[in-house]
Design a protein around this ligand. Structure first.
Ligand code: DX5
Ligand code: ZN
Length: 232
């Protein structure tokens, strides 16, 4: 059962002075995906990393790089991330004037595409573009910062998203991943999985874990996340 769940450490909470090593360590400890948070101090009130950093980390891992764009507009920067080695590119519907066009652009650039829903953003945005979406990402905090508290209403929204995706998969046979991002930890991950998520972003829970500085320090937290998931 464990196999259907993917853990995506958000490198936003990693030590940027040794980012390559951090990524290798966390993947060696059993994480599946590198979650890459891009913020522009415009769409969200914080400024982080861009295509240059994506390009720099691409050679250090074979893991999927999941680029979460919290920038506005999105179209100009999408091909840059694709060229820099991104595998998945997701963006917020509010950040694109032409959502269908931006989703197509992600696919044409050679990446899997996804839409990200803020806590108060309706899932209705999915209705006419399901065919162009490979991942649905539900924010369980307001985007901009790591280390915030999980918003419990996300559980209801996850159940709604799960239903939409399952109905779509039933009809088409095509799989869509359902990712959750913000405040995920070993105490709530099982409940989040039960509500329908299959892919879990965790930043501070992993990179700020108590023994994260020890050699193999990420083993303990990754095991504990997996063990919570194994009970689902
Ligand atoms: C928030 C980012 C998240 C964040 C998650 O805007 O999209 O990926 O880094 O961090 P935690 O797990 O600490 O909430
Ligand atoms: Zn994110």
């Amino acid at each position: 059962m464990d196999k259907t769940f993917r853990i995506a450490p958000s490198i936003l909470s990693a030590n940027f002075a040794k980012l390559g090593q951090e990524i290798q360590d966390v993947i060696a400890s059993g994480a599946d995906i590198v979650h890459f948070d891009v913020m522009d101090n415009h769409y969200v009130p914080n400024l982080t990393i861009g295509p240059l950093v994506c390009e720099a980390i691409r050679p250090v891992t074979d893991a999927i790089i999941d680029v979460h764009l919290m920038v506005k507009p999105v179209d100009r920067i999408i091909p840059d991330f694709a060229k820099a080695g991104a595998n998945i590119i997701t963006f917020h519907p509010e950040a694109s004037d032409h959502i269908d066009r931006s989703l197509s652009l992600v696919r044409e650039s050679g990446c899997k595409s996804g839409l990200v829903f803020n806590p108060a953003t309706s899932l209705d945005y999915l209705d006419y573009v399901m065919d162009k979406v490979d991942m649905v990402l539900l924010m369980s905090v307001n985007p901009g910062f790591g280390g915030q508290k999980f918003i419990p209403e996300t559980l209801n929204k996850l159940r709604m998203a799960r239903k939409k995706i399952d109905e779509y998969t039933e009809k088409t046979g095509r799989e869509i991943w359902l990712e959750v991002d913000g405040g995920v930890n070993a105490d709530n991950i099982a409940e989040i999985a039960k509500a329908g998520a299959d892919t879990f972003v965790a930043g501070s829970a992993i990179f700020k874990a108590a023994n994260a500085d020890d050699p193999n320090g990420y083993d303990t937290i990754l095991k504990s996340l997996r063990s919570s998931l194994s009970k689902v």
